[in-house]
Ligand binder design. Structure first.
Ligand code: ADP
Length: 159
């Protein structure tokens, strides 16, 4: 069984993340979504809220997904959970520099774990959780950015 590990903050999950997950599921039998919990990095939603939104958003492929929180290095999690690849999404060029560094650092830490990159549908390629939060803050229309459940949670946060 081929297992992929998809790490991120998912603060909150957007249609961009979901697009990456759907593409990865065409290659991997199972995906572990690793939600980063970093006390030094402030998030709008806590880990329980972020997991709950991912759970709702991925209800249709529940049998192929597992959601976990991260408390150590991504490569360590990958090894422990039997994942062969770290999955990441690429948007504009700006993602490349960071992903380039991370991939080589991870490779140095563990040669047996490789990284694999997907590009979203063009319509999501400009989308980030940060943009979504900014739009939510000013009460903008988020229907094309995130699933209804997530949009509702965002509205409640900024009420
Ligand atoms: P963000 O950068 O939006 O805060 P995360 O840390 O949750 O997102 O990102 C996890 C992974 O998902 C990263 O590899 C990121 O590049 C990717 N990703 C997030 N949004 C998109 C998108 N709209 N298109 C492609 N990849 C994306």
């Amino acid at each position: 069984m081929k297992i992929g590990l998809y790490p991120g903050s998912f603060d909150p999950i957007t249609y961009g993340h979901i697009d990456i997950i759907k593409r990865a599921l065409k290659i991997f039998d199972r995906l572990i979504i690793l939600v980063s919990v970093n006390p030094r990095k402030r998030t709008l939603f806590d880990d329980i809220e972020r997991i709950d939104m991912i759970d709702h958003a991925l209800a249709s492929c529940k049998d192929k997904i597992e959601i976990r929180t991260s408390n150590t290095l991504t490569v360590t999690h990958a090894k422990e959970l039997g994942a062969t690849h770290i999955i990441r999404g690429l948007r504009a060029l700006t993602d490349f520099e960071y992903e380039f560094q991370m991939t080589h650092a991870n490779r140095q830490l563990d040669k047996s774990i490789d990284s694999i990159f997907f590009m979203t549908d063009n319509k999501y390629s400009f989308m980030s959780s940060t943009t979504v939060k900014e739009i939510a803050q000013f009460n903008g229309d988020l229907d094309t950015f995130a699933p209804p459940y997530v949009v509702e949670k965002l509205k409640n946060k900024y009420k």
